[in-house]
Design a protein around this ligand. Structure first.
Ligand SMILES: Nc1ncnc2c1ncn2[C@@H]1O[C@H](COP(=O)(O)OP(=O)(O)OP(=O)(O)O)[C@@H](O)[C@H]1O
Length: 746
């Protein structure tokens, strides 16, 4: 194969398990071909970015890794990315010990796969010196095809010259992404594909502000008209019109103040660009002209980056890891696995005797899935416990960690010694990020928080702060993020007035934990609550998105959640919730004999409902993402359907407008969106593969999220290869909230 020229960002997308065939349906990747080279670029790439050159002499089938390493593709790619990131850091390049690096002149060889692979494969690479540290993956060697670095170096191969083609590829990519963006947001001629004008599809249905005010329910109205003299928490299940009510209230406050001749500054904070874009579009569509001038809508991380002097003046070239995407999360998980493997092979022995039996068993286990589960638990511990308390490695910081009381949702750590091991791993993890010039979003937020606590901000906030702060999807904010919010208001003499909309059932993984973690923080670390003073609670109990049939299924899933004591302010009383929509079909549970059969059933279902409106295929377990991204490419290839994959929250910008089409993505990244039909697949067996309360809650939350995206119809697909239907759905069938259907027998 021709050499492939790509970037760390593009490879990270593939390392999530995205099938190479699905590249064309990804909203963030672009392929370009010249006579001598193939290019793969990501939407966020800049023309000055480091390039990764893969020579591909040994590639016949697999376009990314030498064929014999295909089965380890994700691991191999993760290590390649990690190598490229390390090459960017000024100074001598040093790799972790267990990579078994070997250097000769400007060539470096290292193990290609973290685990033992039968071929003992190694890469031979070169880092180009000069103004950008491009890396070349020259070839891989195996135990049966050994070539020493010295032999290789003696040939001194010439790096490929692709400068002009790179510029060409980059220009084409830029054009492609900007065209795709405008295509997604523009109504298209009917003969290309049928689109509805954007406004009719948005959550405001193209109605004016006045029309909405007369259409809202009394519950929504109570919130919209509530006094702003104290903070308000607006709770409601998925589809109850929280985002809409929040948007209307923001507008109302601006207009009321205008009538009094005053101009106020309003901030609407979101967790993602996707939701920020949706709210901005809603404001635009309500025919209010200049309201936007007073209302700013941004994701919190963006506000942190814009205000935080640490970030504004940062010239160290650090880049952010763990942004809100599957690739960000996967990158953190890979890093933790690497740190964990190195630790177990090395210093673990010195801790081994002092830790509790249960933790020892987890570290000693050779089982790959077990190691992965431990890495997940550590990811949550690092982000939602240690990072959320803004503890970063340094003198005395371990003591602050030891003081955090353990809660039932956390990784069980039974003694100080157990915590010591975890903190040691955390320090190594942070060190390894630093060695690759990466920062986590937690670090950005913690720096931001420390800036907000300075006298300088106290002076600046009087002009830069906001009169009112609205927060949508509050349940997705970690305790650390929540501490930031009350510093953003302008008046320091009263309690900040923050208006939050939330549904705790929609918080997968660590974010959910963040909800419960409020208790942790209040019982030990500095702030005793969200510093919001007295908070009024409002509740929405009418569902506007989906039918009574879908609501019954969602209520059923809700009752399956483990009893987590969230406190009264958080919990939603589902007994009062009703749908105002007319009846629709009963949700279906389709059981196929095999994975292949399940895929055929899904394709058949797409054929059946495609004409009716938008469809989502929501994948509950991200470990199954690879399989369904491959299915996406197969369905797309037929040319009959418009298929897009999403694996990050920002990818969905603009998707909201397409009338027809199939969107395939991990359930988590479909939050905030709605579709005519939702197909749910990739549900792990909650009894066997979710052994901890944490994991069970995470999967139930993702299932809840997936189901609640539907407006008219839900179908859930399961197959015998993956253990058949989980208990929670079998019970739904016996309670008559789902109909069981036999799928394909192949
Ligand atoms: N009073 C109402 N009358 C009619 N439709 C409504 C009303 N309130 C909201 N809707 C519609 O219900 C749908 C869901 O609204 P919205 O997205 O605000 O819900 P949400 O509670 O924020 O949902 P989620 O938590 O799942 O994001 C939208 O299509 C919106 O236009």
């Amino acid at each position: 194969m021709k050499p492939l020229i790509t970037t760390a960002q593009a490879l990270s997308e593939i390392a999530t398990g995205l099938s190479p065939e699905a590249i064309s349906s990804s909203a963030v990747l672009f392929e370009f071909e010249t006579q001598d080279f193939d290019f793969l670029l990501a939407a966020e790439n800049k023309s000055t970015d480091q390039r990764i050159i893969i020579m591909r002499k040994e590639n016949v089938q697999d376009i990314f890794t030498p064929d014999h390493l295909s089965i380890h593709r994700t691991d191999v790619l993760s290590r390649m990315i990690s190598f490229a990131e390390r090459a960017k850091v000024p100074g001598p390049l040093s790799l972790p010990r267990h990579w078994h690096q070997y250097k000769h002149s400007n060539y470096i060889a290292f193990r290609a796969v973290p685990q033992m692979d039968a071929h003992a494969s190694r890469w031979i690479t070169e880092v180009i010196s000069g103004n950008r540290p491009d890396v070349i993956f020259w070839k891989s060697t195996t135990s049966s095809n050994k070539s020493t670095l010295e032999e290789f170096a003696s040939k001194r191969p010439k790096p490929p010259g692709f400068g002009n083609s790179w510029n060409e590829a980059f220009t084409a990519a830029k054009q492609y992404f900007s065209q795709a963006r405008s295509l997604r947001s523009q109504p298209q001629p009917a003969d290309v594909e049928i689109y509805l004008p954007a406004l009719e599809q948005s959550i405001t249905k193209g109605w004016s502000y006045e029309k909405w005010l007369s259409a809202v329910t009394p519950e929504q109205r109570a919130f919209i008209e509530a006094n702003t003299d104290k903070s308000i928490r607006l709770r409601g299940p998925a589809g109850s019109g929280k985002t809409l009510a929040l948007t209307l209230k923001a507008v109302r406050e601006v207009l009321l103040n205008r009538d009094k001749g005053e101009e106020i500054r309003v901030l609407v904070v979101t967790h993602s660009w996707a939701l920020a874009a949706q709210i901005s579009d809603s404001l635009d569509s309500m025919g209010l002209g200049l309201v936007l001038q007073e209302i700013e809508v941004f994701p919190l991380l963006e506000i942190a980056k814009a205000i935080s002097p640490h970030y504004v003046q940062d010239t160290s070239g650090f880049s952010l890891i763990g942004d809100d995407s599957l690739s960000g999360k996967q990158a953190q998980l890979n890093e933790i696995q690497e740190v964990l493997n190195e630790f177990i092979d090395g210093d673990w022995i010195t801790y081994r005797n002092s830790v509790s039996d249960s933790l020892r068993a987890r570290f000693d286990s050779d089982d790959n899935d077990g190691r992965l589960a431990l890495a997940w638990d550590l990811l949550i511990e690092f982000g939602s416990v240690i990072g959320a308390a803004a503890i970063f490695p340094g003198a005395g910081s371990d003591l602050r960690y030891y003081q955090i009381p353990r809660m039932s949702w956390m990784l069980p750590l039974n003694s100080r010694e157990d915590m010591r091991v975890v903190f040691d791993l955390y320090s190594r993890y942070m060190e390894s990020l630093e060695s690759r010039s990466l920062v986590t979003s937690d670090q950005v937020l913690a720096d931001f928080l420390s800036h907000l606590e300075t006298h300088a901000w106290n002076r600046a906030r009087r002009s830069q702060g906001y009169d009112l702060v609205f927060v949508d999807e509050f349940h997705l904010f970690s305790p650390l993020e929540r501490q930031v919010l009350h510093h953003l208001t302008l008046d320091t003499s009263t309690y900040p007035h923050v208006f939050m909309a939330l549904d705790p059932r929609q918080s997968p993984s660590e974010a959910f934990i963040g909800v419960a973690a409020d208790d942790t923080r209040s019982s030990n670390l500095a702030p005793t609550d969200d510093n919001l003073g007295d908070v009024a609670n409002f509740e929405l109990t009418t569902i506007h998105r989906f039918t009574p049939q879908i609501l019954s299924l969602i209520k059923h899933v809700h009752h399956e959640f483990p009893t987590l004591d969230l406190g009264q302010e958080w919990d939603i009383d589902f007994t009062r919730v009703e749908s105002e929509k007319s009846d629709g079909p009963l949700s279906r549970l389709v059981s196929s004999a095999s994975r292949r059969g399940e895929e055929e059933d899904i394709v058949r279902a797409v054929h059946e409902v495609y004409q009716r409106g938008r469809i989502a295929l929501a994948v509950v377990d991200p470990r199954q993402w690879s399989r369904f991204s491959r299915l996406a490419s197969e369905i797309g290839k037929s040319g009959k359907f418009n298929v897009s994959t999403v694996s990050g929250r920002s990818d969905i910008e603009g998707l909201g407008y397409r009338r027809r089409g199939l969107v395939i993505g991990p359930a988590e990244y479909l939050a905030g969106l709605q579709f005519d039909s939702v197909f749910v697949a990739g549900i792990p067996d909650l009894n066997t593969s979710a052994p901890t309360v944490n994991e069970r809650t995470r999967y139930l939350s993702l299932l809840y999220l997936a189901l609640s995206r539907a407006q008219r119809e839900v179908r859930v697909f399961v197959n015998e290869d993956d253990g058949g239907a989980p208990e929670v759905l079998l019970r739904a069938v016996s309670n008559n909230v789902m109909g069981a259907e036999r799928g394909s027998l192949v």
